[in-house]
Design a protein around this ligand. Structure first.
Ligand SMILES: [Zn+2]
Length: 175
């Protein structure tokens, strides 16, 4: 999946502040993305929010590639390989409280991830979900791990490339 800015839609998750880092717009526009291809959404609960954005913004659009990015990401030069890497799903690596989530190179996390439209079209809904242990006490998969596993099961390739700055902070309640 070659990055084609004219065919790309960016979805910025702006919950709960409804504000985004200014470098998100600057970085994408620098790489040729028309500014009107940047959409934001804000809704509580990451799974419901992202699933709604896919259903209501991404799929009805004519975009062939969708980028998911959290409002507190800070892309710069080091993030550029994320755009040029090949793969049906491509994720960037970014600082998080638990860096162990990066141990599997074939997992993309939705803080910064791009995917081919076909992945969303062919995947059974919900696209994102959080999986708990049978007793409901522990999280087994974050919503993006759930997404990655389903994409892989459909035969899509997943890879990671590029580094993105990120303001690590406590996740808001209900995230
Ligand atoms: Zn994740």
């Amino acid at each position: 999946m070659r990055f084609e800015p004219e065919k790309t839609l960016v979805l910025v998750r702006c919950y709960p502040t409804e504000m985004m880092m200014p470098q998100i717009i600057g970085w994408f526009v620098q790489h040729g993305l028309p500014v009107e291809h940047i959409h934001w959404y804000t809704k509580r609960f990451i799974t419901a929010a992202t699933n709604s954005a896919i259903r209501d913004i991404a799929l009805p659009s004519r975009a062939e590639q969708i980028v998911f990015i959290d409002a507190d990401m800070k892309p710069d030069r080091r993030t550029d390989p994320f755009l040029t890497a090949d793969g049906d799903v491509v994720g960037a690596t970014f600082p998080v409280d638990d860096m162990a989530i990066w141990s599997d190179p074939h997992v993309a996390h939705a803080g910064l991830m791009r995917c081919d439209r076909r992945v969303l079209e062919q995947m059974e809904q919900p696209w994102m979900d959080r999986v708990f242990t049978a007793d409901g006490c522990e999280v087994v998969k974050c919503p993006c791990l759930y997404f990655s596993d389903k994409a892989r099961a459909l035969g899509f390739t997943i890879r990671r490339a590029g580094w993105c700055g990120h303001t690590t902070r406590r996740q808001p309640e209900g995230d």
